[in-house]
Every structure is written in C-alpha cells, then in structure tokens.
Design a protein around this ligand. Sequence first.
Ligand code: ATP
Ligand code: MG
Ligand code: MG
Ligand code: MG
Length: 438
Amino acid sequence: MRLSRYFLPVLRDVPKEAEIASHRLMLRAGMIRQQASGLYSWLPLGYKVLMKVKAIIEEEQNRSGAIELLMPTIQSADLWRESGRYDAYGKEMLRIEDRNEREFLYGPTNEEVITDIFRTYVKSYKDLPLNLYHIQWKFRDELRPRFGTMRSREFLMKDAYSFDLDKDAAVKAYERMFVAYLRTYARMGLTAIPMRADTGPIGGDLSHEFIILADTGESAVFCHRDLLEKPIPSKDTDFRGDLKPIVDDWTSLYAATEEMVDEAAYEAAVPEDKRVSARGIEVGHIFYFGTKYSEPMKATVTGQDGKETTVHMGSYGVGLTRVVPAIIEAFHDDAGIVWPVSVAPFEAVLINLKAGDAECDAACDKLYGELSAAGLDMLYDDRDQPAGSKFATADLVGIPYQIILGPRGLKAGEAEIKHRKSGERETLPIADAVARLK
Ligand code: ATP
Ligand code: MG
Ligand code: MG
Ligand code: MG
C-alpha cells in the first residue's frame, strides 16, 4: 500500500478526552473515529488490525471444532420473552419498534437466537456435540462508555454456543473452548489468564474470565504468579481427545476476579512471594449454564434411549474491539504502538528518504514490488515529506519493521532495517532485504 494513496489520518496532538494510552494511540494513529458516545468508525488502519484479530479467532475456533455462521444484529423481543430475559435485562438493552409496532432489540448477546436455530433443526443426540459461533456487532447501552473501544456501546464480539446431551459432555465442550482461548490470546502476543468468574446476567455455575493484566484494567484480580509463565497448549493439541489435564493444570493455581475472590482462600493457596494482586482487562468470558435457556425454550433432542432430553449449553465470548486496545495497552512506548507481528496492520514499512528523486524512487519502487511479491503485507511511505516526520509516523503506527532507503544508502547499495520493538538497526545489501524479512 502506497501511503500517498492510503487513508491514514494521523493526529499530531493528543486528544484530551482520551484517558488511557490505547485510546490516545488509537486516535493519534488514525485507527478509529468516535461518531457518538460509545459508537466508533474503524478507519482503514484500525480495521486491518481488527480483521487480523478476527482471523486468528476464527482459526482457533475452527481448530477446536466450532462452526461459524452469522445471525442478525436485530432480534425479536418475543424470543427474549420465551427465555424470560426481556424484562430482566434492563436498561443496557436497546429496544426498537418497527413500523408495525412490533418489538425488537439490538442484540447484546445471542443465546436466544442460537437456541431457536438449534431447536428448529437438531433433533437427535447423534448430531451432538455441536458448537456454533459468529462474529457480529453487539449493542449494550453501557452506563459509562469509556476508554474508546475498550468499553463502547456498539462492539464486535465472537460468541460461540455449545450444545450437548448432558453435563459431562458440556464440560468437555467448555474445556475445548478453554484451550482454544489460551491459544487465541497467545497468538496475539497476549498473556491472558483464565480466572474464576461471576456469571452475571448470562447465568450458570461454571465460568472463567480471560484477563490481561494492565494498570488501566477495570477489575481487581488475584492470581498465582506462575500463571503468567505457563506454556500454552500447542497447535497439535488434539481437540477430540481429553483436554481435562490441561484445564486442571491451569485451574490448579489460584486465580479469581474481585467478585469471586475469597481473601482467606487466596492467601492460603498462594505463598506471599507468588501473589499477584493487580488490575485486569476482561478480554473473554466462557460459561457453562446447563439448561437455563434450553429448558424454557424447549431445545431438546431424542437421546439414545429414545427419550426427549433437554440439552446442556455453554456460551463463550471474546470482545474483538476490546482486544485491539488491550494489545496496545500491553505493547506501546513513548513513540507509539509496538504491534506484535501477528496482528500488525502491515508487517513492514518501506521508507523512501527522498521521494521525488528519480533514482531513489526507482530503487524504492523496485524494492517495494519485490517485498510485496514475496508475500509481505507492506506499507510504502512514498510521500514527499521530511524524513523525521516519516520516522515519527512509522513509530506511531507501530509497524514491526522499517526498511529505510535513501540516496546515500543507494550509492553504497545498502538499506537499513529498524526493528520497532528493540529499536535495533541493521544495515544490509539492498538485495538481501527480501530474504531478511521473509
Ligand atoms: P464487562 O464486565 O467489561 O462489562 P461483560 O462481563 O458484561 O463485560 P460478557 O457478557 O462476558 O461481558 O461479554 C463477553 C466479552 O465481550 C467480554 O469478555 C468483553 O471482552 C466483551 N465486551 C463486553 N462488553 C463490552 C463493551 N461494552 N465494549 C467492548 N467489549 C465488550
Ligand atoms: Mg458488561
Ligand atoms: Mg464482566
Ligand atoms: Mg463477562
């Protein structure tokens, strides 16, 4: 992508409404634009990151055996009356009436809709286990939208729903999601710790929140330090096999959010030098809630014995539009964002130090073509701008590698590569740049 033809509205000044680093940086780097309280447009650079996050989530959901579909954002109030949640949900729900005075709502979550789909089509135990997910916009009329897309009113969520014949099978589905979540956040460079959590309005009795430690986090959390170093289950994990040992291993160390913590139990379970009492960001939440929705909504299958059995369900959410600022909270410095390569909007930026100079343009154009052809997702700063401003932009938007080429390097046949994270610089023959970055 040539920067001269791109849409990257970088801001020079720090917007004063932004209280935390990720919100400031997302505005400065031209990633988002607030349209109204808690409602954001995702500008091209931000949208690219969001789509990289989405692709990782999809890969890991699919690997675990979950199946993607898409449900609408607008839902019928009648379905929510069936589950009994329409009145209970309260003011966070945005209620809508159509021209025929029929009642609808903008979905804050999808248990009712997915249960309706399930009961329509699935009739036999032979079709279980089943886990269906989608990645769709949600709306919750938050009392206090803040920190940019960290707590917005409209936000993008991945929500998966599992259906099983009984509790044992449902717990296995829960374990598959537990492991998939560990892998998902790790691939984004994040250390997300599963912590025992309250189930809130979703209901149920088994639940973990996945928490990123950050001083700006909204919840107080308590855990064993060793959880921060625990190796993540590998890509070859057999999701059809027994995952209980992995989940038991992770949950054997104390970790709980403020709603669930028991001070005495925490102190008894964790030696003093291993205690982490910190702030955290909830980037995901998984629940097993049994027959809470399947019972009132009559989601049943015929069991092996020929009897009608109410299915056991779980739901599993990840807030994509919260994960993006959470990554920035974890990875930034004074100059800007420092993206992990897996979610970086571009893998590398080629900086032409003397745009307008025929020789320099020709060499940079050629290198840009070669890097792109090698499969690198490239940004090419071909603008006629002072070098200092180009470096500042490249640092601010956080692209992992900067390839710098100007007339002096060209004469020597050399380019420079700067690693955004370490600040380390290396000089190498221009001809070696592609091989070095591939
Ligand atoms: P919170 O405690 O932050 O209000 P929640 O517990 O209400 O979140 P869940 O119902 O568990 O949220 O939804 C699943 C995930 O959706 C959360 O773990 C979070 O990552 C994301 N999420 C929830 N509310 C918001 C929001 N207002 N803005 C952005 N992401 C959100
Ligand atoms: Mg909430
Ligand atoms: Mg919560
Ligand atoms: Mg939650």
